[in-house]
Design a protein around this ligand. Structure first.
Ligand SMILES: [Zn+2]
Ligand SMILES: [Zn+2]
Length: 88
């Protein structure tokens, strides 16, 4: 399901998760920092667990820096234009 991240289903889910988390980064919060969340991350990556793609318990709001922390692979491939992770 290649276009998952562009689907209305995902956009709605993403908005719901951001709202649930108060639009704050949940990892920063754990460290006592207040930062606006800009992305919603799959705790168990979508590639491996597509069945959890819309599972609330598998989704967390993060700021960009924290999201990059969970995706060290993205830094290495940053100049690749393909990849369906951009909506995070
Ligand atoms: Zn953060
Ligand atoms: Zn992610």
């Amino acid at each position: 399901m290649k276009d998952f991240y562009t689907s209305t289903q995902w956009k709605n889910k993403r908005a719901a998760i951001l709202s649930r988390d108060g639009y704050m980064c949940q990892r920063c919060k754990r460290y006592g920092r207040q930062r606006e969340a800009t992305t919603v991350h799959h705790i168990k990556h979508y590639d491996e667990y597509p069945e959890l793609a819309l599972d609330n318990d598998n989704l967390i709001s993060l700021c960009e820096a924290c999201h990059n922390f969970f995706h060290p692979e993205k830094a290495k491939k940053s100049n690749k234009s393909r990849g369906n992770h951009r909506y995070f």
